[in-house]
Design a protein around this ligand. Sequence first.
Ligand code: THU
Length: 141
Amino acid sequence: MNKIDWNELIQAAEGVRQNAYAPYSRFTVGAALKGKSGRVYIGCNVENSSFGLTMCAERNAVFQAVAAGEREFIALVLVAGESSGGALCPPCGACRQVLAEMCAADMPIALVAGQKRSIHRLGDLLPLTFDHTFVDQAAAK
Ligand code: THU
């Protein structure tokens, strides 16, 4: 169950990217997050005319997963569309923080754009993570 089938995740992320709602940036992103259960959770970016309300693909995938009861994750794939000019789409800072809440630092994140690929550990993308340990300490006082 825990084996990572990267092709499965790339296909899922590419599929959901087609549903991205990005009329303002035209920058379409798809995310596929694999849970320990074997289930795959997908998300695309959803923009808003009030720009700050835009939600990224990764966070939509994480929130779907948590709502479904999944709490442990083994891999994430992030696919950017042609609109990225062929560039890989690294997760934004807000998404890194949200991913760090739910996923282990050694979880692999694959970035895909066309034939381009790169793979990173979450912990390398968000070093010196502000996590629950800081809040726990303050709350214990
Ligand atoms: N975007 C994502 O979906 N994920 C990221 O990590 C970076 C940015 C989206 C948000 C917005 O709809 C578009 O890309 C341009 O910023």
